[in-house]
Ligand binder design. Structure first.
Ligand SMILES: Nc1nc2c(c(=O)[nH]1)N[C@H]1C(S)=C(S)[C@@H](COP(=O)(O)O)O[C@H]1N2
Ligand SMILES: [Mo]
Length: 198
């Protein structure tokens, strides 16, 4: 009799486990699969010829600016060049993509000052800045981040990595003080676009 009860208790316990957690887990796995199978999440493997097509020799600074610019590596070298070290590229997943690089570049802030954002009065500060690559990968900044926050001193357009021209295009935009630096690391940089919040 005792063993029967024991088995009964075991059965109830077992069936309640089966009803709850595994179902939940199954659901989670399904949604994770869905996410990782979207095109946006894939890391493309390109042939050297195809990746060459994505290289830009100039970046365009455009949108709500008084002086639209076309900047090449040479024109960046004529601006105030800064050297940064210990730069790591860490994906949102936590994976370290590139470790401890010494890089040379120009502050995004200096580039935007040169192009001069079209502001009407000092309360006109609701702009967003999009760094866009030729594969249409994008990163977004706000006016306040760049002009009224330490991020402004940590966001660069790079043209040199470890003493050599950058790979994956000629210029890369990075934000050194992001927690995970992968998301706002834009290679094959094509344009810097300034827009006013409507
Ligand atoms: N143009 C462009 N820049 C990009 C990406 C991309 O797909 N295209 N991927 C981003 C991601 S998700 C990460 S983690 C870092 C490092 O990516 P990598 O491993 O392809 O170098 O670059 C970022 N910059
Ligand atoms: Mo990433």
């Amino acid at each position: 009799m005792k063993t029967k009860n024991f088995i009964l208790v075991l059965l109830i316990a077992f069936s309640s486990i089966m009803c709850n957690s595994p179902k939940k887990e199954k659901g989670d796995t399904k949604s994770a699969e869905k996410v990782s199978k979207t095109d946006h999440d894939k890391h493309l493997v390109l042939t050297p010829a195809d990746s060459l097509k994505l290289v830009n020799h100039q970046i365009e600074v455009k949108g709500d600016v008084e002086f639209p610019l076309q900047l090449s590596v040479d024109s960046l070298k004529k601006m105030k060049v800064v050297t940064i070290d210990n730069f790591k590229v860490v994906c949102q997943s936590g994976e370290i993509k590139k470790a401890d690089k010494v890089c040379k570049g120009v502050l995004l802030k200096d580039i935007l000052k040169k192009a001069k954002i079209r502001q009407e009065g000092h309360k006109d500060r609701n702009f967003y800045i999009v760094a866009r690559a030729s594969d249409d990968y994008k990163a977004t900044f706000s006016w306040a981040e760049i002009f009224n926050n330490p991020t402004g001193e940590n966001t660069y357009v790079l043209f040199e990595e470890n003493g050599k021209p950058v790979k994956s295009g000629e210029m890369i935009l990075i934000c050194k003080n992001d927690i995970k630096t992968g998301p706002r690391h834009v290679y094959w940089l094509k344009s810097i676009e300034v827009y006013k919040v409507k």
